[in-house]
Write a protein of this length. Structure first.
Length: 304
């Protein structure tokens, strides 16, 4: 909120931390050969880097964080659409229904956000149309990132089918190989590093170290992001895709609620309705009801 355009320095710090950790503990200082040919990782990394950068810039184009979260929840739609087009997959009626619900939810939230942006920008007649056009560009950026992310998922799925699942290796290469690409963003990263240095001082609890508060926020973001993405990669190898999708969906829902309540982001009844469509549709897609049914029936049959 203090520096809406700081996404690049945040992403660079996350990538650098995960790459260094992976280089030491996964790649064994470069001595361990990758199980998946390195050229495949370059393709995956190009997609991953593009998605990360585009998502960051969307936040600088009048896109509020709740809308950003909801829009990215539409990954199921993009995955299904590209799965039908590229992999020639076919789905059940319930799957198509769930996708329709998610689409309706995202459309509702997007439309309501568009009205808010139009209303706010009308206060300044000179900048009004320009603000709204930047918002439309942000929506286009989110849509592109959504489709690119889905295509990356399909590519990753085909790689795992051919070479087996190597989640820690993929985590390392997905974050290490894009690091040179951040040279293109170096001026922006340096600019925000200077701004971070100028932020108010903050004393870190327990250790008593004093540093600019934005660097403390960045450190906490990097640590929590590492825990999050490492957990998702481990979950992918230990649980079914249904469980992983459900956990990630619930995480997005908690993040959304926290963002609305703590940061007091504008959220109308229409936004809540759209959010409900998104998450109900997502749960329908994962068929969690079918999984819970047998479990609940077994619980009822157990003697007290």
């Amino acid at each position: 909120r203090q520096f809406p355009g700081c996404g690049n320095i945040v992403t660079f710090s996350q990538f650098l931390f995960i790459a260094v950790e992976g280089f030491i503990f996964e790649a064994n200082f470069g001595r361990k050969r990758p199980a998946i040919p390195i050229r495949n990782y370059f393709i995956m990394v190009a997609m991953f880097f593009t998605v990360s950068v585009v998502n960051n810039y969307a936040l600088n184009l009048n896109i509020a964080m709740p809308l950003h979260m909801i829009f990215r929840s539409g990954s199921l739609i993009a995955s299904m659409a590209l799965g039908i087009i590229i992999l020639k997959k076919r789905y059940s009626v319930s799957k198509y229904t769930s996708i329709a619900l998610v689409s309706l939810g995202i459309f509702t939230c997007t439309l309501m956000s568009a009205k808010q942006v139009a209303s706010d920008s009308s206060l300044n007649q000179e900048e009004g149309p320009q603000v709204f056009l930047w918002w439309l560009l942000g929506i286009a950026a989110l849509t592109f990132a959504l489709l690119m992310s889905a295509r990356m998922g399909i590519f990753q799925e085909t790689l795992y089918q051919r070479f087996g699942k190597h989640s820690k290796e993929a985590l390392f290469y997905n974050h290490a190989l894009p690091l040179p690409g951040f040279l293109l963003l170096a001026p922006n990263i340096y600019q925000h590093a200077v701004l971070f240095n100028q932020s108010e001082p903050f004393q870190v609890p327990v250790i008593g170290l004093t540093l600019p508060v934005m660097w403390f926020y960045l450190l906490m973001n990097v640590i929590t992001q590492y825990v999050c993405i490492r957990g998702v990669f481990i979950l992918t190898t230990e649980c079914t895709s249904l469980t992983v999708t459900l956990v990630v969906t619930l995480r997005k829902f908690v993040s959304l609620i926290f963002s609305i309540l703590y940061f007091q982001n504008p959220f109308t009844a229409w936004h809540w309705l759209g959010t409900a469509f998104v998450f109900v549709g997502t749960l329908m897609y994962t068929e969690v009801w079918n999984s819970l049914g047998p479990f609940l029936r077994r619980r009822r049959r157990r003697p007290n």
